[in-house]
Design a protein around this ligand. Structure first.
Ligand SMILES: Nc1ncnc2c1ncn2[C@@H]1O[C@H](COP(=O)(O)OP(=O)(O)OP(=O)(O)O)[C@@H](O)[C@H]1O
Ligand SMILES: [Mg+2]
Length: 317
């Protein structure tokens, strides 16, 4: 067995990513069929990690190019197009077309750019993409992606956050202008998905369900070109195996009975909670100068650390 590395605070892939084989298979088959996906799950279930791992595997196999866009901090359709443009820099053929299509603002920007230049590209694209022309510019960016030699998987993470933000005012009330903005943006996205089927495969994901937001605003029809996929918690076997793999990496003696007790305590086996529980237990034993966990340790750490953590935002559902 190759070792499972411990997760940090953020999403995981590669040797930090555990299992999810069935979900990876389903998503891979969809990508190969050109089926667009809407991936949802409660917070910390591992949506971003699943998409990142899929993109990593697809990129390594070389049949698809991949673009990952995080929309969490994006506020408008124009800025979403900017982000898609910026992240397309990794797709060599498409980037050349984007550079020439945006030659007026991207003059002086190299073919291969370092991380410092990324910020500059973002600023420059912002200057060229505005509320009046984002659709036309977005079409140009996506046409560049679609013309790429190999098909492109375009993942848009946290799309529901953007939609919600566009839809509502400061008092969280849906406004007519917001509704129109969302309507236009999602119509555009749907058109991209339809016009470039087999060339661009879309994976939308987010922690809040897009469906209820759209239903509330009377815009549900926009979601119907996307096949839903609901990411579930780990089953007990997966969580037990993950805990065993982490214990091996960390040189912790964590008997089956202790692992079973951890799962029983957690009940709903959200990957992030499994990881946090393991971290707390491992750390507490280290501080104590011990490397073997007993049932009492599990109990003590659960009561002292996990219960108090439950009150914190990142364990909230
Ligand atoms: N397949 C996995 N293998 C190992 N750990 C995982 C896996 N999936 C998720 N995790 C754990 O859960 C944490 C959160 O994962 P991730 O950020 O992908 O979830 P998310 O559903 O995108 O969360 P959010 O709702 O906050 O966007 C990771 O830091 C990691 O500890
Ligand atoms: Mg996420």
């Amino acid at each position: 067995m190759t070792g499972l590395r411990k997760a940090g605070a953020n999403w995981v892939d590669g040797d930090r990513f555990f299992d999810r084989k069935a979900e990876l298979d389903v998503l891979r088959a969809r990508v190969q069929n050109g089926t667009h996906t809407l991936l949802t799950a409660q917070r910390r279930m591992g949506k971003t990690s699943l998409v990142r791992e899929l993109l990593r595997l697809l990129a390594a196999e070389g049949r698809f190019e991949t673009v990952f866009v995080d929309l969490e901090d994006v506020r408008t359709a124009a800025d979403a197009v900017v982000e898609i443009g910026v992240e397309s820099r990794h797709v060599h053929g498409a980037w050349a077309r984007i550079r020439s299509g945006f030659a007026n603002v991207l003059r002086g920007i190299e073919d291969r750019i370092d991380e410092l230049a990324v910020a500059e590209v973002r600023v420059k694209l912002r200057a060229g993409i505005d509320p009046g022309n984002w659709r036309q510019k977005g079409d140009a960016v996506c046409a560049a992606l679609a013309k790429n030699e190999s098909p492109v998987v375009l993942a848009l993470d946290e799309l529901p956050i953007l939609v919600n933000r566009m839809l509502k005012d400061e008092d969280y009330r849906t406004t007519p202008a917001g509704k129109q903005d969302v309507d236009e943006f999602l119509s555009w996205l749907r058109k991209i998905g339809q016009d470039h089927r087999q060339r661009i495969c879309l994976i939308l994901s987010g922690s809040i369900g897009l469906e209820p937001i759209l239903r509330q605003a009377g815009l549900s029809a926009h979601a119907n070109i996307f096949s839903p996929l609901d990411l579930k918690p780990w089953n007990e076997k997966t969580a037990l195996d993950c805990l065993a793999a982490l214990a091996e990496t960390c040189d912790l003696n964590l008997p089956l009975a202790a692992r079973e007790e951890m799962c029983r305590r957690l009940r709903c086996l959200v990957p992030h909670h499994v990881q946090r529980f393991f971290d707390s237990l491992d750390e507490s034993l280290r501080l104590d100068g011990r490397r073997r966990a007993s049932l009492d340790d599990v109990e003590r750490v659960y009561t002292a650390e996990m219960l108090s953590i439950r009150g914190q935002a990142d364990l909230d559902h």
